[in-house]
Structures are given as C-alpha cells and as structure tokens.
Design a binder for this molecule. Structure first.
Ligand code: CA
Length: 696
C-alpha cells in the first residue's frame, strides 16, 4: 500500500480518473459513453446508435415479440409530426427517451412509454434549401453522445443540443452555404468525434466527410472524396493519387461529386471508419472527365483512420460512374465463415445492382453477385475486383435504357443482417431508366446538373417498375426468399431475435415476416407509405417496435405516375409505436380524388415549349417530377389551378409560397424563363387532359 501511495498520490489517482471520464472510458459518463457505444450488445433494450450498433446490423436481440404472439401486436401510441413530407429517420432510444427527426431537420424528444413530447427543436432551416435538396427535405436521424443530441441540418449545419432540454450547445456550419450542399444523413459518434458528410452531387458539389470534436464542435479533420482544382495544392496526399484518375475536363468547376450523404460504419477492433461515397457530378463521365479514368473516389467504400482521416484502403464499386451509381448505401459489418475460414466482412448492396462482400481489414473483394437485374455490367472480375462493363450503355447521342436506375437496385433504405439465419434483408427495387447525353448541356451553378437530355422524359419505362423485400445469403450470394410488392421504394428493415423481419411498405402498410422463410405473419395499415427503417426497444419489461411513417424521398418526387401507382393518398407524418396488446387507432383517412382536368388554352410555339422543358428540368424537376408528372407528394403542376399558373411569376421569382416550402429562383431565372415554364406546364396539362378524356 505504501508503495502504491508512493507511485500514485491521491491527486494523481483523481487526475487519472478524470482523464478516464473525459475519454469516455467509464460507465460514470452521463448519458451515452464511448463504452456504451462499443457495447450496444449488452443493452438491447436501447437503440443507441443509427444502425443499432457500430457494425450497423440493425438486428435486435429482443425476443418478447415472436411468431407465436405477433397477431397480438397493435399500435401502442403514435406521435403526429404535423408534416406531409418524407420521414426517413431512425429513432434513437436511450433509457426511456426517443430522439428522432422529421422534415426540415426538426428534432423531437419523446417519452418512449407514452409518446409524450418532452421537447422539440426546430433549427429554422431557410425554406430556400428545399430547392437544393435532391431528394426531399428529409433527415435520417440524430446521434446521441454523453448528454447531447447531434443533428445535421438541411442547410449544412451540425448542431449539438442538450439531451434534457433540446437547447442548442453549439451550431457549426459544415459547408459553403452559397453552393447546393445539404445534409440529410445521421451523424455518427466515433472516439469523441462527430462524423458528418453532405449531399448535393445532382446540383454540382465536391464531396467530403468531416470529423468534429463532439465537445467543442471544432473541426478535427476533413477528407475530400474527389480532387479539386489541379492548379492548387491537394488538401491531403490521397488526392494526388485520385487526381491521376481524372482527365480532360474541368470537373472541379462542376463539383465532381462523390458526396458522403448517408452510410458510415465503424470497427473498434480494427479501428477503421468506413465511409460510402456517391456518384459523379455531373452524372455523365463524358462531360465530367472526357479523357476517361476511374474518377477516384467516386462510388467507393473508404476505410479511414478515425483519429486523422487518413485513408487505409478503398474499394470502388463503379469506376468512372456514369449512371448516378452511388456506394452511399448501407454497409453492414459482420463476422462469419466463408469456405471454412472465419472472415471479417463488410457487406453492401449499392445502387449498381451487385451485392459486395469485402474483407473489411484489407478491402479485398471476396465476392460480388447481382441481387437485382443488372444490364450495365456482365459481372465483377474476381481478380481485379472491377466490373465488366457492357459496351454502349454509357449513353451519348442515342437513348439507352439501363438497369438498375439512378434509384438503385437498393437505395438508402437500410438493410439488416440476422446472425441467426445468416441472411441479409434488402429493400430491393427493379427500375429501369432511359439516358441520352444533352449535346448542348452546360454547367449552371445552383441548377440540376446531370448532363443528360431532359426532353426524353417520356421515355422513362414506367411499367417496368417493382419492389420486393429480398432475403439474401451473403455466403452463397443467392436469394433465399422474397416478399414481392407491386411498387418500389419500400421501407428500411429491422430483424429481431424473435425470428422476425419488420418492414414498412410504399403502399401504406407495416408488416412482419418470418426470417427463416419469408412467410407474412402480420400486416397493419400505416396510414401512409413508409420509407424509414423500424427500431425496437424495451422499457419496463415491454418490447416496442417503432417506425417513422411518411412517404418521401427521390422516387415519389421525381418518378411521377410510377410513384403514384404505389397508392399513397394521405401523407400525415407520424412516429408509430407498436407493442403486444396495443389498441390505439390512427385517425380516419380522407380519401383524395384527382379531379378531372379542365382544359386551358395551350397554343405556344414549339421553341418556347422546348425552352420551358429545359428550364423545368434544370430547376423544378427534383421536386415536381420528370416531365412535370407529380408523384403524389408535392403538387402535380399539370393540375395547377388556373390562378396558380397566372401567379407563377410571384411564386417562382418573388417567393410567394416560400412559407409552404417553395423556394424562390430570382437569383437565376427571369420573367422570360417563367413564361417558358408556363408554356411548358400548360402544354403538359393539355396532353394530360387528352389522355384523361381518352381514358373516360
Ligand atoms: Ca445521386
């Protein structure tokens, strides 16, 4: 004892303890410590981090609800957000409190037993950012660390809020707010840092991921995913290597893309942070990098050292991306045997249609096989790890149809991995897409900047569109079962040790399947289409299943009648929470009927209409649909009241509907553009009126 005292004076011991507490190594940290984040398996009653654990498996050990009693599962309570835009958040559940987000990055804290609102924080996102959100004014949830709640906002800020009160602690701008960056992803916490990326590659931005000190909000490091202007020094050494894979164009003036807009995972043992990167900006490589090249690090999985942001390895799923194929889709870390050998794998089903199993220590490709119809590549070469591209589908003058589409074989809707059955459950889509290069295309700051020709909007193959829940064996790389839906864009997935797989659907239901064979065990009306992923938690010995219900995202905004066919009639955004014996009822829905369209004069010269078509597809299409065909979420502009079209100038140039979320465009457009837009919309309206009359 004397010796101990000699080495460690009381003061030194206290200092050491304080150091341990500050490092989050001790359970005594208030709220969610680093130790709790690493040890989520020890407390399945909570849902502490976005994917349920650092490996983002989205599988819960809770088993109170199972196939034997699920018929007794009912709505325990619901919370109305009062919004009608998409809801994509994964709720975080900590010690009886749910933290979730809604449209426009609003944060809610609710009592997990009753749904009572504890606090609400509205970060007051300027509504003009709605015009720069490619895929709805959504948010995919918060991170909770210590006694703070972190959220990324649509206008590019990172906020730390007091978990007890919702009061802001810091508010850091993470982007250049004068260019079209948005944040919709959930932040993740790794070693006392908040990791956050951003989106905007459809408009023209340069992708990056940042780490901020969780306590002070100071920037610790930033990793750019694509090189900047070659005339200037590279921000970090990895970019010198990346720059050699771009050639011939001036991509840095158009952003380049590679945005980190959703997927992150972390392996504490290997100490690697995994980052998924997005598509090229603009989409067409003939415009972006006409001299060819892989365009690193587009459409890649990056393994970074979390302390420094240094790159350890990368794997590019689509070299020289040309079709909005992103690798921002959900990544799952798991350990299992392949060919008798224990492997530490990373699994991803990116947009390009192949299911990848990588060695997550080295980035080596273990296997890749198509999980949906794939037309752009014949397969993935096992030796090189590169896709074998089919010639002629990189679109120039001719229209080509490609599968999967920019909506992906699977998009951001999270998968789950069930270690018991060994299956990955994928919210999969089958959607084809038509492309043609626009010979007159030029980059316009702040606009929709894809590079392809919008006048082929009607070529969108709307009838070849479907979706299903796919149970996939990642070792054998083959389908085990599927639940077929009529429409795509169904919800994210949760699996549980009760042998269940939960998924919300585009057609407004919430369902549970038997994990082993896909038998539909339970299905209830959700009042609206669901895209978010469910979570499960336990309070006072009772298991709950919670899901954000609110149809939204890229597909319903842009895919027009293909989205309408999913049958969404009311989009009241809610958090739905289910438990055994739940008896709550949703309010009755008002049926909505589209009124027969009254014809309006539409005699415009073809040139004006064509100009309007181009203007529409640069500035309006990301919210109001390809070909101005509404998908049910926002007004179908072809059905506008005549008064709306008369006031188009006030709406578009003066922001008269800004409060409702309609941005103003006077920075870029003038009265002549609005006239062109009106001519285009009235022409589209006339075509629809003819269609409807013929169908009568
Ligand atoms: Ca994209």
């Amino acid at each position: 004892m004397a010796r101990f005292s000699a080495v460690f004076s009381q003061g030194k011991v206290l200092a050491l303890l304080a150091l341990l507490l500050a490092a989050g190594c001790d359970g005594g940290v208030r709220g969610v410590s680093d130790a709790r984040l690493r040890g989520t398996a020890a407390e399945p009653g909570n849902w502490l981090t976005h994917g349920g654990d650092y490996g983002e498996q989205r599988h819960s050990a809770l088993r109170q609800i199972d196939a034997g009693n699920i018929s007794d599962l009912g709505l325990a309570w619901f919370f109305d957000t009062g919004t009608k835009r998409g809801l994509e958040a994964t709720p975080i559940v900590v010690d009886g409190v749910i933290y979730t987000t809604g449209s426009w990055s609003v944060v809610y804290a609710l009592d997990a037993r009753s749904g009572e609102l504890l606090w609400r924080h509205d970060p007051q996102v300027p509504r003009r950012y709605g015009g720069w959100a490619c895929c709805d004014v959504v948010n995919r949830g918060v991170a909770v660390y210590r006694d703070r709640v972190y959220v990324g906002t649509l206008d590019g800020r990172l906020l730390a809020l007091n978990a007890q009160s919702g009061e802001p602690i810091f508010d850091v701008v993470t982007v250049d707010q004068s260019v079209p960056y948005t944040i919709t992803m959930a932040p993740r916490i790794v070693k006392g840092m908040v990791i956050i990326g951003n989106g905007g590659a459809e408009f023209g931005v340069r992708g990056y991921v940042s780490a901020y000190d969780a306590i002070t909000g100071e920037l610790r490091w930033r990793f750019y995913t694509v090189p900047g202007n070659p005339a200037e020094p590279a921000e970090h050494p990895e970019l010198e290597r990346a720059a050699k894979t771009w050639s011939g164009g001036e991509w840095w003036k158009m952003g380049g893309g590679g945005t980190v807009w959703d997927s992150l995972a972390y392996d504490p043992e290997l100490d690697l942070l995994y980052v998924g990167t997005g598509n090229g900006s603009p989409w067409s490589r003939h415009v972006r990098s006409p001299g060819g090249g892989d365009n690193l690090f587009l459409c890649s999985i990056l393994a970074l050292r979390p302390e420094t942001g240094e790159l350890v390895w990368h794997y590019q799923t689509t070299p020289g991306d040309n079709w909005d194929f992103t690798s921002t889709q959900h990544m799952i870390l798991a350990d299992f045997k392949i060919g008798g050998a224990a492997r530490k794998v990373l699994m991803q089903a990116p947009k390009n249609g192949f299911f990848y199993v990588l060695d997550r220590a080295t980035g080596e490709l273990i296997s890749a096989e198509p999980y949906v119809e794939v037309s752009w590549a014949k397969g993935v070469d096992k030796k090189t790890g590169r896709p074998i591209e089919v010639e002629g589908l990189d679109y120039r003058d001719e229209i080509v149809v490609v599968q999967p589409s920019p909506y992906g074989g699977h998009n951001w809707q999270p998968m789950s991995y069930d270690p018991q059955s060994g299956l990955v459950f994928i919210p999969a889509h089958e959607i084809a897409y038509a492309f043609r290069l626009d010979p007159k295309w030029e980059f316009r700051p702040g606009a929709w900047n894809l590079g392809y020709d919008p006048t082929i909007a009607d070529e969108f193959p709307r009838d070849a569109v479907s979706g299903h829940l796919l149970a996939w064996d990642p070792v054998a790389q083959k389908e085990v079962w599927r639940a077929q839906y009529t429409g795509p864009w169904n919800g994210g997935v949760l699996s549980t040790a009760g042998g269940l797989v939960f998924q919300g659907t585009a057609h407004g239901t919430f369902a549970a399947y038997r994990a082993a064979d896909g038998e539909l065990l339970w299905e209830v009306s959700a009042g609206t289409g669901i895209v978010a992923a469910p979570v499960t938690y336990e309070v006072d010995g009772q298991q709950f299943v919670a899901v954000m219900a609110g149809w939204g995202g890229a597909f319903p905004l842009t895919a027009g009648d293909a989205a309408l066919a999913a049958g969404v009639t009311d989009n009241s955004g809610r958090l739905l929470v289910f438990a055994l014996g739940g008896k709550a009822q949703l309010p009755e829905q008002k049926a909505q009927h589209a009124q027969m369209l009254a014809a309006l004069p539409a005699n415009f010269d073809a040139e004006t209409v064509l100009r309007g078509n181009h203007t529409f597809h640069r500035w309006c299409t990301s919210c109001h649909g390809v070909g101005a065909v509404g998908g049910g979420l926002l007004p179908d502009l072809r059905r506008s009241q005549p008064g709306v079209l008369d006031s188009l100038e006030a709406i578009v140039l003066q922001g008269s509907l800004l409060g409702a979320g309609m941005p103003r465009f006077d920075e870029w457009l003038g009265a002549k553009d609005v006239n062109d837009l009106r001519a285009y919309l009235l022409t589209r309206r006339a075509a629809l009126a003819v269609q409807e009359a013929a169908a009568r």
